[in-house]
Design a binder for this molecule. Structure first.
Ligand code: FES
Length: 264
């Protein structure tokens, strides 16, 4: 059973309109896998449940994790007001994370849409740090944004060949991440993706059409993140002995699933 722990805010800034970038000092930094998340507890106890926020980056030297999150309600508004020296109660690391070993020797593509972009940064970074047999042969990043506010994209370009899609066409390919993949002929054997459900559905279909594997993080569907609200149930293709389709809880069974096992 994981315990709530106090984490010290090392820094916080606004990264883009309504999106905040916070570094927290915590010993859990040493065992985070890319694609995992933490539960952050609001001080205002109108709810006892934490807010799930994905881990964007890990700094083992400073023993710190970076959270990049959108302000969407009272909890995240409160977190956005924390500054250096304050502390927050967090639980984690939670969830399974991306199976990056599946990209060994292959052309890996990390794909993020909107606030699904942050967890792919540590994913791309970890893969780029490998020089052994588990290293991918190539790492590409395809990020989808609404407009020219392409937060984090400059950081991705340190670890991956960068491709951008924007809905309004102001940067990169006009359209979605699949349009950018096709337009830029992104080479792809295995995909790690996070973003809104329509994007993930599109990626699942596209991966099937080109014979690539896809691992999808459904974290945007999470509410409490700790198995308490049942707000995150999704259908999988597993069938039990009574022919019932198996339902998975995204927060405790995921948030990352092999696309082949999902019924999106
Ligand atoms: Fe609440 Fe999964 S997010 S049970």
């Amino acid at each position: 059973e994981k315990m709530k722990k106090e984490a010290k805010v090392l820094s916080q800034k606004m990264l883009s309109e309504g999106i905040f970038d916070m570094w927290l000092e915590t010993e859990m930094a040493k065992d985070v896998r890319p694609g995992q998340f933490v539960g952050v507890y609001p001080e205002n106890r109108s709810t006892l449940l934490p807010r799930p926020i994905s881990i964007c980056e890990v700094d083992k030297v400073r023993s710190a994790i970076r959270l990049v999150y959108r302000v969407v309600g009272s909890g995240t508004t409160e977190f956005s007001k924390a500054s250096e020296g304050d502390s927050l109660m967090i639980l984690g690391p939670l969830g399974n994370g991306f199976p990056i070993h599946e990209a060994a020797g292959k052309r890996a593509v990390v794909i993020g849409g909107g606030i699904g972009v942050p967890p792919l940064l540590e994913t791309a970074k970890r893969m780029s740090e490998r020089s052994d047999a588990e290293a991918p042969s190539k790492i590409s990043a395809v990020m989808g944004y609404r407009n020219s506010d392409t937060f984090l994209s400059d950081e991705f370009s340190r670890y991956a060949e960068m491709h951008i899609a924007s809905e309004d066409g102001s940067v990169g390919t006009k359209g979605n991440v699949i349009d950018a993949m096709k337009n830029d002929n992104v080479e792809c054997d295995v995909i790690f993706a996070c973003g809104p459900m329509p994007m993930l559905k599109g990626i699942k279909a596209y991966a099937e059409s080109i014979g690539a594997k896809a691992y999808l993080s459904l974290e945007e569907r999470m509410a409490c993140g700790v198995g308490a609200c049942l707000g995150c149930v999704c259908k999988t293709k597993e069938v039990d002995e009574h022919s019932h389709v198996h339902n998975a809880r995204i927060c405790t069974d995921g948030p990352v699933f092999d696309a082949d096992t999902l019924d999106l």
